[in-house]
Design a protein around this ligand. Structure first.
Ligand SMILES: Cc1cc2nc3c(=O)[nH]c(=O)nc-3n(C[C@H](O)[C@H](O)[C@H](O)COP(=O)(O)O)c2cc1C
Length: 223
């Protein structure tokens, strides 16, 4: 049975050490089905690579403390889609957690030269998500306080607070949490990120978490 989505958000932590064990076929099939739907919805290209033992065995992966990382998702697509990469990629991350798998977003700590990248014309490679059965569930980590990450005039509505609670649980590159979410007078919500590695990808991840926590349709301010 799949874990409820809220529980998956709370239980998710980055995991870099995996069991030396292949992902079972029924889980891999489920994941591929989910990815297929996300590719259609997003216009991006997420590709699950299974049992590939070279991308995470070089010095960078070693430095990043990756172990037995033999499965990953390659993320490609048209240029300038960073925010969507984060938003839709995190949908896959949370779904993976629901079906009992662990993940880690990875922009740097692997050997890019080992990837079998087949880029179509106009397609750009973004980054990876590692995936597998964790040797552990990962560890909770520190977050900046809520007041440093959002602005609300007057009393904070419950839905906004719940949205922020989940946004603070969102993975960001080097846990930088360089974002600000503001409730505007007209009821729209503005989400911004500030310069740092992968900050636009982080923003998409954070917005997906906020929507999951708020549980009401969010009117995002268009930028
Ligand atoms: C866009 C992005 C890129 C990341 N790149 C790496 C990476 O190259 N290597 C790594 O070990 N972790 C990477 N991470 C994982 C973050 O370090 C991790 O999400 C952060 O420390 C928060 O921890 P948590 O995911 O357990 O909440 C990345 C995360 C994001 C969102």
């Amino acid at each position: 049975m799949e874990l409820e989505i809220d529980k998956a958000v709370v239980k998710r932590h980055s995991v870099r050490q995996y069991q030396d064990r292949e992902i079972e076929k029924d889980l891999a099939d489920k994941l591929n089905e989910f990815i297929k739907a996300i590719n259609l919805e997003s216009g991006l290209s997420f590709e699950l690579v299974l049992n590939e033992k070279t991308a995470f065995t070089g010095p960078l992966a070693h430095y990043g403390k990756f172990e037995h990382c033999y499965n990953y998702i390659i993320i490609k697509g048209p240029a300038k889609r960073e925010e969507d990469v984060g938003y839709y990629g995190e949908k896959i991350v949370i779904y993976a957690q629901q079906i009992g798998l662990n993940t880690c977003w990875v922009a740097l700590t692997y050997s890019k030269g080992k990837l079998n990248l087949r880029l179509e014309k106009g397609e750009k490679f973004y980054l990876l998500i590692s995936i597998g059965y964790g040797r552990h569930r990962g560890l909770p980590r520190k977050s900046k306080p809520m007041e440093d990450l959002c602005r609300v005039n007057g009393e904070m509505p419950e839905w906004f607070k719940n949205g922020m609670d989940f946004a603070m649980r969102a993975p960001t590159a080097i846990n930088q949490q360089r974002f600000m979410i503001t409730l505007l007078e007209n009821g729209e919500v503005e989400a911004k990120s500030f310069f740092g590695p992968c900050h636009k990808i982080d923003l998409g991840i954070v917005k997906y978490h906020f929507e999951l926590g708020a549980k009401i349709p969010i009117k995002w301010k268009k930028v």
